[in-house]
Design a protein around this ligand. Structure first.
Ligand code: C2E
Ligand code: CA
Ligand code: CA
Length: 665
């Protein structure tokens, strides 16, 4: 302001001086010889005047610009102050760790926030190095982040554990450049997010019932073990497939809650048999799959198998009752050809099935024969499906196919049942035959279990009943009361559970006009003992149709006459395994058969001996009180025509094996 006044005053004085000079000179313009010099002075004064005016204007403009800038700066300062206060307010209201750091991690400023620091005093934080708060080599990673933020002037995020007051907490640390020499670090506690993430991962990879790894996690670990096996020499791995025997019955008898408790207890017992490197998983239901990793030889795995079998053979306490179970185990050992985890699991499973089909509670190591068998099983299953479905387009009310009579791959053969006293045929047992287009005659021992497993036994069994009842009518066409033949039909477990079975039987009996008592349904002991309550209800319903019920293969299962007493059986068939040694049996062994016969008779059950092959056996059975028998000694299984010839040729007391035989046997 002062400067400007000086300039104005100086310019004004200079101008006045110049004007005065100009005027003096003008008055003496023509008379003075020095007039030219005065004119120059006049011009200079005018120029000076103009320059002064310009300087004045310029100064004014500069001043106004400076004022604007100043005002702007003031406004900016106010704004910055305001936003800093706001930022401060925002930051301090955050539930985060906020600090200003230098490139070496020193905490230049620590902004107290809502975040709980426990015993740690916020005033003690400034001046310390963030390194002190980052456990487990955390600083190494964080220092690289800091370096990048300072050099590249970018924001970076990193998840690290932060240790505050001896407590480690997961944080998401966001570091952004602040000034040239500092960066702002905002740390967000992610404990909760981590928990949810871990929970989700846990759910995705664990079995909710047992908390064991599920199939997905198991296969992942197996994949790693396989990769390790390819790298390390000498270390092997093994996959164990465990299936609890009789779990279904336990589950159904005690209810699902108790069944689940047993699965959990099983999981705990199995886990205790394993080392840290091993993995136990539950695939589904009562199926557990184990990975034994880094084993030095196969014996090591077999020792685990023994341990698992031992712990599972101990009783489980359910509702105060001791419940026993056992496990069938299949084992597959590492081999170079295993590339896909599913392949080795499949083989362990096949070995388990092989073991279970032979005896429950055992174990089997997978070998190529099992694989071939499994393949042939699959092929047979597919062939059977075609044989059943292609030849039986008609659907029953339950949706299962019924095979129509006529040309097909299945047929029934019949084995006569004779009276040991008279030698006369009293009935026949229908036995299913499958004439496979390429394999020839396939044994029911081979295909019935597949039919049961696949459910094909339902349409097949219905067809057997239909055929058998038609044959029963034909066989008795010219027979009188008291002289009629009976027809025994084998019923499988799946059929017994079938709601429509009584209806199917009733239909067949009515359609053929045959008496229910001439139809004998053969069931095995295990079918009823495995699930006594349900089985008994089904048997009672069948009994109401007037049919006779026979217990088949007696002596191969529970062999508990006292239990059988509870079921409405009319006939007991002593298994072939008892009969085929009978002529050599002495003392107490012989008395067992005597006792069976006596007890059966006391329960008003008829006894039929199966598999009589020799005259000595027939004679001995007669001595022991047995009244009926069947077996090769009398006749093999016969097709319809051979059966009729056989029956016609039978005379009272004619007991001979010199009779027609079936070519298929
Ligand atoms: P099963 O009911 O015990 O039938 C008796 C089996 O013993 C028949 O075998 C028969 O051929 C055989 N057999 C009879 N007498 C003798 C003998 O003196 N010595 C010897 N070594 N064997 C004799 P098959 O026909 O092979 O039937 C085997 C099993 O298949 C049957 O055993 C039965 O459990 C099942 N089966 C057969 N047909 C059917 C059916 O239509 N439905 C169901 N569910 N199962 C069937
Ligand atoms: Ca039978
Ligand atoms: Ca039998």
């Amino acid at each position: 302001m002062k400067k400007r006044t000086y300039i104005i005053v100086a310019t004004a004085l200079a101008s006045l001086t110049l004007i005065a000079t100009w005027q003096g000179g003008f008055l003496h313009w023509e008379s003075s010889a020095e007039l030219g010099g005065e004119r120059i002075a006049l011009g200079l004064s005018a120029i000076l005047l103009l320059v002064g005016a310009w300087v004045l204007t310029w100064t004014r403009r500069l001043e106004s610009q400076a004022e604007t800038t100043r005002q702007k700066l003031v406004a900016e300062c106010i704004e910055r102050e305001r936003s800093e206060t706001e930022l401060g307010t925002v930051l301090s209201s955050m539930n985060s760790l906020v600090a200003e750091l230098d490139i070496n991690g020193f905490i230049l400023r620590f902004i107290p926030t809502r975040y709980e620091l426990h015993e740690l005093d916020p005033d003690d934080i400034e001046g310390r190095n963030i390194q002190e708060f980052l456990p487990n080599q955390g600083w190494k990673r964080f220092s690289q982040v800091l370096e990048r933020v300072f050099l590249e002037r970018v924001s970076e995020e990193v998840e690290q554990l932060v240790e505050i007051d001896n407590t480690q907490t997961p944080f998401q640390l966001t570091v952004s450049p602040l000034t040239e020499k500092s960066a702002l670090m905002i740390g967000r506690d992610i404990t909760e997010r981590r928990f949810y993430e871990e929970e989700l991962a846990r759910r995705a990879f664990t079995d909710p019932l047992t908390s064991l790894p599920n199939r997905a996690l198991f296969l992942d670990r197996l994949r790693r073990a396989m990769a390790g096996y390819q790298r390390r020499e000498g270390l092997q791995y093994a996959v164990l497939y465990i299936d609890l025997d009789r779990f279904k019955i336990i589950n159904e008898s005690f209810g699902h809650a108790k069944g689940n408790a047993m699965i959990r207890a099983t999981a705990q017992r199995i886990e205790r048999c394993l080392r840290k490197v091993d993995t136990a998983s539950r695939f589904l239901g009562d199926e557990f799959v184990l990975l034994l990793d880094e084993i030095s030889d196969q014996r090591e795995a077999l020792r685990v198998v023994e341990r698992v079998r031992e712990v599972l053979s101990r009783p489980f306490i359910i509702e105060g009752a001791e419940v026993y179970t056992s496990a069938s185990i299949g084992i597959a050992f590492s081999a170079p050809h295993y590339e896909d985890p599913d392949d080795i699991v499949r083989d362990a499973h096949a070995a388990m099935q092989w073991s279970r089909s032979r005896c429950r509670g055992g174990y089997k190591v997978f070998h190529s024969e099992i694989h071939d068998r499994a393949m042939s099983y699959l092929q047979l299953e597919s062939d059977m499906r075609k044989a059943v479905i292609e030849l039986s387009p008609k659907k029953s009310e339950e949706g299962c196919c019924l095979i129509e009579e006529g040309q097909n791959q299945f047929c029934l053969h019949y084995q006569p049942i004779v009276s040991l006293k008279t030698g006369l045929v009293t009935g026949v047992e229908a036995l299913l035959r499958w004439q496979h287009p390429t394999r020839g005659m396939v044994s029911p021992v081979e295909f019935i279990p597949i039919a049961e497993e696949t459910g094909l036994i339902l349409p097949l069994g219905a067809w057997v009943l239909k055929q058998a009842c038609t044959r029963l009518r034909e066989l008795n066409r010219n027979r009188t009361n008291g002289n009629r033949l009976t027809m025994s039909v084998n019923i499988s477990a799946r059929q017994l559970q079938q709601q429509s079975l009584p209806g199917i039987i009733k239909d067949n009996l009515e359609r053929n006009g045959v008496d229910g008592e001439l139809l004998h349904l053969e069931l095995t002991e295990s079918m009823v003992m495995d699930n006594p309550l349900e089985a008994n209800a089904a048997l009672q319903e069948l009994k109401r149709l007037g049919v006779s019920l026979a217990i088949d293969d007696f002596g191969t299962g529970y062999s508990s006459l006292s239990h059988l007493y509870k079921f409405p059986f009319d006939i007991l068939k002593i298994d072939r395994s008892f009969v085929n040694r009978i002529e050599f049996l002495e003392g107490k062994h012989c008395r067992i058969i005597e006792a069976i016969v006596a007890m059966a008779q006391s329960m008003e059950m008829t006894v039929i001996a199966e598999g009589v092959e020799k005259e000595e056996q027939r004679a001995r059975l007669l001595e022991l009180g047995c009244t009926f028998a069947q077996g090769y000694h009398f006749a093999r299984t016969l097709c319809t025509e051979s059966l009729e010839t056989y029956i016609r040729s039978c005379r009272p007391s004619l007991v001979t094996s010199e009779l027609p035989t079936d070519a298929s046997q």
